[in-house]
Each structure stands twice: as C-alpha cells, then as structure tokens.
Design a protein around this ligand. Sequence first.
Ligand code: ZN
Length: 397
Amino acid sequence: MRSAQSHTVAALSFLFLVMCSSVPAEAQAKAGAAKAAADQPPEGPDLLLRDFAPRTHLDVKRTPIERARFPVIDVHFHMDGNADPLEVARIMDGLNLQTVVNLGMKDMWGETLKSYAEKWVKRFPGRFAVMANLDEKQINHPDFSRQAVAQLREDVRNGAMALKIYKELGLVWKDAHGKLIRPDDPRFDPVWDACAELGIPVLIHVNDLKSFFDPIDRFNERYLSLTLDRRSSWYGTVDITHDQLMQHFENVIAKHPATTFIGAHVGMHYEHLYSGARWLDTYPNLYYDIAASCKHLGRQPYTARRFMIRYQDRMLFGCDIGRVPNPEVYQYMFRVLETDDEYFEHVEPNAGLPWKIYGLYLPDEVLQKVYSLNARKLFPQFRRVPATTAARPRAGR
Ligand SMILES: [Zn+2]
C-alpha cells in the first residue's frame, strides 16, 4: 500500500515540476527529492533482503579501545611494499603494535623478498619482518621440490622468517592433468622438511568456510555476502569438500612432526573449534593464528573464550588486512579480545554477515601471550623486543 502511495506521490511531483518549468533551480531540487523518495526501499512486506538494515535499540556498554593493552606482534599481514615504513611505524605506535609481519601478496621470493627485506626489515629490525611464498608457476616443473627448497634457502638468507602457504594449495593449484593438487601432495614434503631444518615455521592457510562450498540459497548463512561478491564461493567450481581438505591438511601436520605449522585463521576450525582443539591436543608442532577470525570467535564467546584460555600457549595474533595497518580493524580486534562488550558490529570488508559480535574478555596473562609472547617463542628475532610497555587500566566489567 505505502509503496503504491509513494509512487503516486512521485508521479504527482513530476507533474508539478513539468507545470512549474519556469523556475528551473527549484524544479530540479524537487525532482531530486522526488527521485530520492522513489529510490527508497519499500516498507512492509515488499522490503528486499538486501535492503534490510536493522538498527538495534539495545542499550549496552560500549568500550572503545584506542590502543592494545599490551604490545602486539601481528604475524599475518599483507603489506604494500611501496608504502613508507616510517609512516606505517607511526600508525603502529598509536595502536601499541610492535611488529608487523608481511606475508606478501603471493609473490614474495627472490628479488621481491630481498628488496622488501632491505627497505623494511633490515632498516627497522623488530618492527617489520617478512615471510617467503612459493612460486606457483613452478609447481608442475619436474624439478619443483629441489628448486623450491633452493629458493627458500636463498630467501631465508635474505631475511625471510617463515614460509607462507596460501589457500590456493588445495583449491586452485592444478597438476598437469588439470586436477587440484592436494595439500598433502608428496612434492611438498621436501619443502616442509627444509623448513624444519632451517628452523622456520610454515604459516599455512588450507580450506575455506563451509558456507563457501554450499549452494548460494536460502539456507546459506553467507547468502548476503556471497550475492554481493560471488567470487568467494567455491560451489560448483571445485571437486573437493571442506571436510576432505581438512583431512589433507591434517595429513601434512601428522607426517612432519619436526616442522612447526601455524594454521592460519584458527586452522580454519573456527566454525568447529572442538576439532581445532583435537588437533592441538594431538600435534605439538601446531599453532594457530587468529587472523580474520574475530567475526567467528566473537559469535560463540563462551566456547571461544574457553578455547583461547585452554590453548593460550598456541595462539598468535594476526589481522590479515592488506596495504597499511588500518586502525579501525585493529581497534575492533582489541575490543573483541579485551572487553566484555555485547552485541556489536564486526568490521568486515564484505558486508552482509547476519550476526553480531561479543567480547571474549581474555585474562591479562592470556592476552599477553596471544598478543606477543607466543610469537616471541616461535620467532627468535622478536625476543630482543622489550617484554611489556606500561599497561593501561583495564576496560570492562
Ligand atoms: Zn592473509
């Protein structure tokens, strides 16, 4: 009804404008207003799902966090190498962000890595670090394993402190016959073994959200975000399931006990933390980062809090944003980890998550470990950085 009325109003306004064409400025303004009214999403049953933007009346505590309570080492970042390190360090100082580790943009080896290390890591030791990547173009070369290990040795000499593997392994990279290459493919075994020998961890992202493998239909809880950006969906494009990839990932960790693995995004277990716990209980060579995970941890605050406390020695801080550090994203993560705020907005680049976030209110000793102490245990180059700066008064309760 209301929708029909507003259309009538718009039509009448237009008629009025035609009749008053002797005053063009006024007419234009009115035409603009009429158009805006016509563009408004309808009220009532005709409202479309994509226009639904509820505003809560829930009036609860809001605790803005400007700066982390303890110094932070971010082990999962994708830096714009062309940025100015001094400018980036200034942003980091404001957030109590001590170190940012660049995982590259799938191109971090050879000259690219060397010049990044020269400009960022060697000039600002302790503030910036870099991980090496594998060269996708070489994957199907008969001599891939030997070449990859040789490249990795060179990259470590040039300053790489770990190897980063992207989710393309398992979801995109294909063999010479066009079949997806499994993460536990034996061609990578010499690479994992070389990491153990070089004393560097492998930060590895295998798999994707279960909803990204599901049909984009009314049952998909990521329906809105997937319709806004369909590229995230693997439905109908890959011949593999979330559960199969989880198994292939576990095979790698089990087969290489001397290699330290850091599973990116809580090892992709954040929708099933119980299995993430089983892996940590089974494999002492395994850690997780919490990159891009707060939107998942913060919607199961009781389970996630217990998980973070139980595995406080195995969790690393990571943000997973790109270009230069964005204070808004860090401050959101600090709020999730430090406060007991309830029912707040996640900070997510692609909109359309149909849930809100709750703070985990982690105890100080857990916060310190997740923020930096665990990273310092894994990466000797960070051990020289001072253990704490002045803590600020505790937010929350
Ligand atoms: Zn990432």
